[in-house]
Design a protein around this ligand. Sequence first.
Ligand SMILES: NC(=O)c1ccc[n+]([C@@H]2O[C@H](COP(=O)([O-])OP(=O)(O)OC[C@H]3O[C@@H](n4cnc5c(N)ncnc54)[C@H](OP(=O)(O)O)[C@@H]3O)[C@@H](O)[C@H]2O)c1
Length: 252
Amino acid sequence: MAGTVQGKVAVVSGGSTGVGRAAAELLAQNGAQVVLLARRADRLEAAALGMAGTVLTIPTDVSSGDSVRAAFAEVEKRFGRVDILLNCAGVARIRAIEETRDEDIHACVGTNLLGPIHTVRSAVPLLRAAGGGDILNISSEITLDHMPLMSMYAASKHGLNGFTAAMRRELRADGIRVGLVILGSIADSAFVENFSDEDRRRAHPVWEADGYLTRVGAAKPLSSATVAGLLYGLLTNPPEVGQDVVHIRPAG
Ligand SMILES: NC(=O)c1ccc[n+]([C@@H]2O[C@H](COP(=O)([O-])OP(=O)(O)OC[C@H]3O[C@@H](n4cnc5c(N)ncnc54)[C@H](OP(=O)(O)O)[C@@H]3O)[C@@H](O)[C@H]2O)c1
């Protein structure tokens, strides 16, 4: 039987747009006390405005250990516990490796890999304080089917897959269920903002020649709301259900 999130404390990184925002909305609607983390305060506020119940926004850069520590100190002060940590914050770059700037490396590795490392490290004592709970990390289909020009995204998400598997073993004795979601394309998130028109113009023929566009890119992308519903289902499954790696992708 599905559980409830009523009264639970859910921290959602990347909660201001896309999948994170849609999942946070659903959690709040079902009675969770939700904490949204992202860098831009205006987008956090706009997201929180549309949500029911208790929603705390904390402008946070997950690539910074100090910023994440400060955010969780605030969560501890306010709630004293965390029941759910949903790591959605993510960025990508389209770059040939020789054109990859230090900023691109730091953005991808910092957000997609160091981000969840920082949030999990800070959340674990608070998940223990709650008597256990869920950590769900959002990875990407790029870890199953590689594409050219996205190597920093691939490397950082592969790192996330490995970190998540290690945490699953390390935290199971604490009743903390750790899951990895390998996600396919989303239609309506802000992820496209990661790419300029020029990036896309250059990448298209390369991806076409690689076969990526017919292998993966041809399927109709999912909506953030659809994915949020599936994530909500995972987060309310009974604790005895293992959901180590879940692949959510457009059918076809
Ligand atoms: N979109 C897709 O097709 C797709 C496919 C597969 C997997 N995914 C993965 O699914 C997740 C959600 O994707 P989405 O498309 O919903 O993304 P999105 O709409 O672009 O949202 C990204 C979120 O992450 C936040 N963020 C970015 N860098 C951050 C940082 N350093 N610190 C804190 N927050 C940060 C953004 O807010 P700020 O910029 O204000 O910080 C925003 O809230 C990501 O992990 C992505 O890699 C997406």
